[in-house]
Design a protein around this ligand. Structure first.
Ligand code: IPE
Ligand code: IPE
Ligand code: MG
Length: 252
């Protein structure tokens, strides 16, 4: 009988899977333009890529997924593109909410809802209150979200509570304060920037950039990003192997 792990050899370490993955889904417009299609066609295909990402995350055992769907700054795009994006969100919510719940995916939205149409806000409320028994993945959709907006709303909430402004009191009011901060940020589309995504929450996140345009991002791409993460050494400001120095100096 073959013994794949003889006593002198340690079994392979289990793969390190990020608990929380955040994604800047970028490159839809360029994907469409290269195919001589309108930019909005890129957004449509981008919605399919999001479905693949969700499936991939469920398969790999990722617990939380936060995707950037529309930034505070995306209102500056041409009105027809903004309108088409909003329509796509409405259609996707109507179509996908039951399917996601059946897959064990619980939905939640982060961002400023005030400027959104009531029809959309109602669908968002419905999606968030759809019961999902034993969720396998919690999907957070950042819609009209900006990292600076998030910090300001958190500061206002802390001020309204009348507490002293500290890292802890502010952190308690940031969006997604109740879940672990992202372990891995993926940005597609070849740009190496944060574009006002989760500014506060990304303090110690590992960044993974790929030139793949968002509509081309598939199950293999998800696996590659997660495999890359498993090779990273996270230090959080410390020296590896020396986690609590007894040097009398301040240790967080
Ligand atoms: C990302 O793709 C989707 C949104 C911002 C809504 P883009 O539309 O930014 O695509 P590019 O970057 O112009 O190719
Ligand atoms: C970030 O992409 C926003 C989303 C993916 C929703 P952008 O395409 O808006 O970012 P910039 O303009 O290239 O920085
Ligand atoms: Mg872009």
């Amino acid at each position: 009988m073959s013994n794949r792990n003889p006593p002198h050899r340690k079994p392979a370490a289990p793969a390190v899977v990020p608990r929380h993955v955040a994604v800047v889904m970028d490159g839809n417009g360029r994907w469409a333009t290269r195919r001589l299609l309108p930019r909005t066609a890129g957004h449509k295909y981008g919605a399919d890529a999001l479905k693949r990402l969700v499936r991939g995350c469920v398969q790999h055992g990722v617990e939380y997924l936060t995707v950037f769907a529309f930034s505070s700054e995306n209102w500056k795009r041409p009105a027809d593109e903004v309108g088409a994006l909003m329509e796509l969100f409405v259609q996707a919510l109507q179509r996908e909410t039951p399917e996601l719940a059946a897959q064990g995916v619980a939905l939640r939205f982060v961002g400023d809802r005030a400027p959104l149409q009531e029809r959309m806000r109602e669908l968002m409320r419905q999606a968030e209150s759809t019961p999902v028994e034993h969720p396998r993945l919690r999907l957070n959709v950042a819609l009209n979200y900006g990292g600076r907006w998030d910090i300001v709303q958190a500061a206002r909430a802390a001020q309204a509570e009348g507490v002293e402004l500290t890292e802890e009191s502010l952190a308690r009011h940031m969006c997604l304060a109740d879940i672990p901060e992202p372990d891995l940020l993926i940005r597609t589309g070849g740009e190496h920037r944060v574009s006002n995504f989760l500014l506060w929450q990304l303090a110690y996140t590992e960044f993974y950039f790929t030139d793949t345009l968002w509509p081309d991002f598939d199950e293999k791409s998800v696996a590659e990003a997660i495999a890359d993460f498993a090779r990273r050494e996270r230090r959080f400001g410390r020296v590896p192997g020396k986690t609590s120095p007894d040097n009398g100096l301040r240790v967080a």
